[in-house]
Design a protein around this ligand. Structure first.
Ligand code: CO
Length: 428
């Protein structure tokens, strides 16, 4: 079970108990940067632009480490969690047997402005370094804003509408501030991706989708559309519900729970359970460290050493028709570099700079130039280094990350330990 933007799983204690009473074994994940999960050191409660693919990957990883019981697996997601759930279902097709989505964030309400215009503004704000700034009307979490059923945008219930507030008052470490431009920009992009016909048509497990009638966050129209496009979707409309059906007044909440009961009885029990997960569960007593378990991400670049940077740039720009940057001298690294931007990665052309350039020897052995290294992205370079070291890989230099050509920490690993290829790791 996964929650929405700013949520901590603590607020779902009542729902978790209700699900457990139905014989379900409930496992919960707080998204990175929310609840009790890992937070940035600086401004820990401020929402960052989310890497939703990474969130989906972490959900899959979390799910694979749950001991396989041979029973069907059900993914329950609310709002932003529901959107990430769809991303996860599309990418990891063997993980879940069915899904229950409550008010999934498939379309974001943007008031009087069309979403495309808001997306232009958010992209601009993020590109100009305002990603960490609040969107208009939003700000840091405030203890003096006590929710009431009238004012609450999530629930009409006098007690449940205050649940998250009460947890945030009691435990400052759980607090999350209101949306920033960076968060909004990433979320609008995700919504646009999920709205694609081909995307939704590729998710064929049974899905139960609750759409609330009194929404101010997500668009009910996007739910109707998704219910039509998803191959096997049951739509439950809750016209009197605000954004969080799990936290609504009893008549609404009970209707939603009854729909879930029906869905599980009719659609999940008959459905055969997922194949046992390919990853072995961790031994008893071992804690799951997502930072360690998740390792390399995208291929950031391939580096090629060349004897003549101007000639090589001309070749890529002319004969190959690529976008090529201006040369950038990096005296600290002993190279001059040019970036070739490709749709899925980039190529770095390197020319020795200075007498002690580390690539001069390479060029003596390969006078016409050649492939020098590959660079993989990692989330946490120190965790990646320590894990690789424990596996026997040697880290070049003093082993401490240095700032690379993209002003991000990098490390190099000995080619003899990695299939004869020099590997650079860059913190994404
Ligand atoms: Co490199």
């Amino acid at each position: 079970m996964v929650g929405g933007f700013s949520e901590c799983i603590e607020k779902y204690f009542e729902t978790i108990a209700d699900l457990a009473a139905r014989g379900l074994s409930v496992w919960c994940l707080d998204w990175r940067g929310q609840g009790g999960s890992e937070r940035p050191r600086r401004l820990p409660s401020r929402p960052r632009p989310r890497h939703f693919d990474r969130d989906a990957g972490e959900l899959a990883l979390f799910t694979r480490t749950i001991p396989a019981a041979g029973w069907p697996r059900l993914l329950i997601g609310h709002s932003m969690g529901g959107a990430i759930a769809l991303l996860c279902l599309r990418r990891y097709t063997d993980l879940f047997d069915a899904a229950i989505l409550s008010a999934p964030m498939l379309g974001i309400r943007t008031g009087a402005m069309p979403p495309s215009l808001v997306r232009c503004i958010s992209t601009l704000a993020r590109a100009t370094g305002l990603g960490i700034c609040f969107i208009p009307g939003a700000g840091a979490w405030r203890p003096d804003r006590v929710p009431s059923p009238e004012r609450s945008r999530v629930s009409n219930d006098p007690e449940r509408c205050r649940l998250q507030y009460a947890w945030f008052v009691a435990r400052a470490g759980l607090r999350v501030d209101e949306p920033t431009w960076g968060w909004l920009d990433a979320s609008l992009r995700l919504a646009a991706k999920l709205a694609r016909k081909e995307f939704l048509r590729g998710i064929d497990i049974p899905i139960l989708l609750a759409s609330a009638g009194l929404e101010t966050f997500v668009s009910p129209e996007s739910h109707h559309r998704a219910a039509r496009l998803l191959p096997d979707c049951t739509l439950v409309e809750l016209p009197a519900s605000k954004h969080e059906p799990f936290l609504e007044r009893d008549p609404i909440r009970n209707r939603w729970l009854e729909a879930i009961d029906r869905f599980i009885t009719e659609r999940v029990d008959r459905h055969s359970a997922c194949a046992p997960s390919p990853m072995a569960p961790p031994p008893a007593g071992m804690t799951l460290d997502l930072r360690c378990a998740a390792m390399i991400g995208r291929l950031n670049h391939v580096a090629i050493v060349v004897p003549d940077l101007a000639a090589a740039s001309g070749l890529y720009r002319g004969a190959l028709g690529a976008r090529v940057s201006e040369p950038l001298a990096l005296p600290a690294h002993g190279v001059t570099v040019v970036f070739v931007e490709l749709p899925n990665t980039r190529i770095e052309l390197l020319e020795p700079l200075g007498a002690n350039s580390p690539v001069r020897g390479f060029l003596e052995r390969h006078p016409e130039g050649g492939m020098h290294h590959l660079c993989y992205e990692v989330d946490d370079i120190i965790a990646a280094r320590d894990r690789l070291r424990s596996e026997g890989a040697r880290v070049l230099g003093d082993g401490e990350p240095r700032l690379g050509a993209h002003d991000k920490p990098v490390l190099f690993l000995h080619p003899k330990d990695l299939c004869g290829t020099l590997i650079e790791l860059e913190e994404a």
